[in-house]
Design a protein around this ligand. Structure first.
Ligand SMILES: [Zn+2]
Length: 112
């Protein structure tokens, strides 16, 4: 797996699969315009029910459409609170459920 796009560190990227397409588009605006391979972002939160996807060329630089989709359709938001517990992305509930404290207890018990 190669991941050249190290800039994709926003919170919502783990919920999307990224496929590089054969087609190109003009990325950026004005003098910063450059040709880039188009990418297809597909929501992978619930592949059986959700077919949401967006091309990079459609989003331009506005990735808020991707985060909006997670919030509106899957109740997944930036602060990682998942209201829908049937979500396969259970790790998002982890921190909220006091799991951090449990981990700390566990590490303490290892020291003993
Ligand atoms: Zn979705």
């Amino acid at each position: 797996m190669s991941n050249k796009e190290s800039s994709k560190t926003a919170w919502f990227w783990p919920y999307y699969s990224i496929k590089t397409l054969d087609t190109t588009w003009q990325k950026g605006t004005g003098r910063r315009r450059k040709e880039a391979f188009d990418e297809l972002y597909t929501c992978k939160v619930d592949p059986k029910k959700c077919k949401f996807n967006r091309k990079a060329s459609k989003l331009h630089s506005s990735t808020s459409r991707l985060s909006d989709h997670l919030e509106l359709k899957h109740q997944i938001s930036k602060d990682r609170k998942v209201k829908n517990s049937s979500s396969p992305m259970a790790l998002t509930t982890w921190i909220d459920n006091g799991a951090v404290n449990k981990v700390l207890d566990f590490e303490t018990s290892l020291v003993d």
